[in-house]
Design a protein around this ligand. Structure first.
Ligand SMILES: NC(=O)C1=CN([C@@H]2O[C@H](COP(=O)(O)OP(=O)(O)OC[C@H]3O[C@@H](n4cnc5c(N)ncnc54)[C@H](OP(=O)(O)O)[C@@H]3O)[C@@H](O)[C@H]2O)C=CC1
Ligand SMILES: Nc1nc2c(c(=O)[nH]1)N=C([C@H](O)[C@@H](O)CO)CN2
Length: 235
C-alpha cells in the first residue's frame, strides 16, 4: 500500500461502508474506518492494513473521543466519508430520545468531525468531504420523521461546509434511495420498496462507490448532493 493520505469512512464495519472501504483498499488507497460494534468485516479490513477505530456518536463525548483517536493515528487525510447512520422508525414514547439520537449521529458527528479534522485535509493535494444522506429528504417520511429531518440537516451541512472550505476542500453529498435491503426485510416489504423507483432494482453498494469515486476524482464539483435513487423522484 502506498503512502497516500488515508481516507476515513465512518460506520464501515458492514454493508455500504465496508464495501467502499474494500474497493478503496483494492486500489491501494490507505483507509481508516470507524465502527461501533465489532463485526466480522472489521477483521477483513485489518488483515488488509486498514486502521479500525471505535466510535459511538450517540453523545458529544463519544464524538470528541473519536476525533482524538483520528489525530493520534494520522496527521493527514485524503477524504472524510460520513457514512455512519442509525435507521429507526419513530417509536411511540421514544420520540424525544430518537430525535436527539438521529441528530447526534447524522448531524452533530459530521459537524464536529468536519470542524476539528478539516486541518488534516489541508495538505495541498486533493481533499474531499462526502456526506451520505438519503433521497427521502426531498419528501420526508411519515414513519422515519426524525431520521429524515436529520438527513436533511446533513444535506444542509454540505452546502455550508462547501462554501466555507473551498477551494482547498470539496464538500459533496450522496443521497441514496434503496441500495441494499436488510436481512429482516420480508418479501412484501421488498416488493413495495422496489416499486417506489422507476428502475425498480436493489442495486447493491457498488453504485454508492461509483458515486464516491466520481466525487473524489472530479476537480469541479462541490456543494452538490448526487441522487443515487433509481429514479424514485419520477414515481
Ligand atoms: N442501505 C440502504 O438501502 C440505504 C442507505 N442509506 C444511507 O447509506 C449509508 C450506509 O447505509 P448502510 O450500509 O445500510 O448503513 P448501516 O445501517 O449498515 O449503518 C452503517 C453503520 O453505522 C454505524 N452506526 C450506527 N449508529 C452509530 C453510532 N451511534 N455511532 C457510530 N456508528 C454508528 C453502525 O454500527 P453498528 O455496526 O454498531 O450497528 C453501522 O455499522 C447510511 O448513511 C444510510 O443512511 C440511505 C438510503 C438507503
Ligand atoms: N443507516 C441506514 N439507513 C437506511 C437504511 C439502512 O439499512 N441503514 N435503509 C434504508 C432503506 O433502504 C430505504 O431507503 C428503503 O427501504 C434507508 N436508510
Amino acid at each position: 500500500m502506498d503512502h497516500r493520505a488515508p481516507i476515513l469512512i465512518t460506520g464501515a464495519s458492514q454493508r455500504i461502508g465496508l464495501y467502499c472501504a474494500q474497493r478503496l483498499l483494492d486500489e491501494g488507497q490507505p483507509v481508516i474506518v470507524s465502527y461501533r460494534r465489532e463485526r466480522e468485516g472489521l477483521d477483513i479490513l485489518r488483515q488488509r492494513g486498514a486502521i479500525t477505530l471505535h466510535a459511538d456518536f450517540s453523545d458529544n463525548a463519544g464524538i470528541f473521543a473519536f476525533i482524538e483517536r483520528i489525530k493520534a493515528h494520522t496527521d493527514q487525510l485524503r477524504a472524510i466519508v460520513h457514512n455512519a447512520s442509525d435507521w429507526h422508525a419513530d417509536e411511540a414514547g421514544q420520540q424525544a430520545a430518537a430525535f436527539q439520537h438521529m441528530f447526534q449521529v447524522h448531524m452533530q458527528a459530521p459537524y464536529l468531525i468536519n470542524l476539528h479534522c478539516a486541518g488534516l485535509l489541508r495538505h495541498g493535494g486533493a481533499a474531499d468531504i462526502v456526506h451520505i444522506s438519503d433521497d427521502v429528504t426531498h419528501k420526508g417520511s411519515r414513519k422515519h420523521i426524525a431520521y429524515a429531518a436529520s438527513k436533511a440537516g446533513l444535506e444542509n451541512l454540505t452546502l455550508s461546509f462547501a462554501a466555507d472550505l473551498a477551494p482547498a476542500i470539496k464538500v459533496n453529498g450522496i443521497a441514496p434511495a434503496l441500495i441494499q435491503f436488510n436481512p429482516q426485510d420480508d418479501d412484501e416489504y421488498r416488493r413495495r420498496a422496489l416499486a417506489k423507483s422507476a428502475l425498480g432494482i436493489e442495486p447493491g453498494p457498488q453504485v454508492i462507490y461509483q458515486a464516491l469515486r466520481y466525487l473524489l476524482d472530479t476537480p469541479y464539483v462541490t456543494g452538490t448532493t448526487l441522487a443515487v435513487n433509481g429514479g424514485r423522484h419520477l414515481i
